[in-house]
Design a protein around this ligand. Sequence first.
Ligand code: ADP
Ligand code: NI
Length: 220
Amino acid sequence: MTRMTRRNMMTEDEIIIECQKYVTSLLSKESTGHDIEHCRRVMNTAFEIQKVEGGDKFKIALISLLHDVDDYKLFPMNKNNENARYFLNTISIDADPIVNEINMISFKGNETVSPLTLEGKIVQDADRIDALGAIGVARAFAYGGKHNRKMYDESVKPNINQDFETYKNSDSTTINHFYEKLLLLENMMNTEKGKEIAHKRTEYMKAFLKEFLDEWNSLD
Ligand code: ADP
Ligand code: NI
């Protein structure tokens, strides 16, 4: 990525570095898995997928790094991607094509929306992949802890077909989150490469769940 952008004479690599600094400053107080490290992992996984599937790396990097900077949970006042637009405007990049992709990436409830472009599809896969595997397990329990959720309660059953409002307000257990969302992601991948990575990580999570429930039930 060494193309020069015409207006401000920063290279694309320099813009990506600036973007990471910007995202770090916005998400520095976030401890439930939406930090700059999440955004960097999404970008790197998206690059892995791009190697096989193609797509514009610069666009992938911007969508990855900016995909959570206006998340409704972190910035409830933002209704029009204010944070993403601010950065893109400062570097004279047309914001609409990037924010349109960002808005279609998030998985909400049981809605399945596919981003329009290959780059958006790749970042959506990478974002979902970051909720899987060992990191996915860690993020789920970090989120559950912060939101005072129980790890597990046999009497609270998973509710798989939730609409967005129910999903947002649910106080289900963290183990239920695996059945309500995480185990479903593998079948929602857009790309073959994404599917391959997601499958491996889902197998790991299934083994984790089995071990967790075996240990839990052996205590009775
Ligand atoms: P993203 O915006 O990165 O697509 P989310 O905002 O849906 O993802 O979730 C961020 C992280 O928090 C994910 O790893 C997800 O599994 C976890 N998480 C979200 N909701 C819950 C929940 N109800 N219980 C446990 N973990 C959750
Ligand atoms: Ni994300």
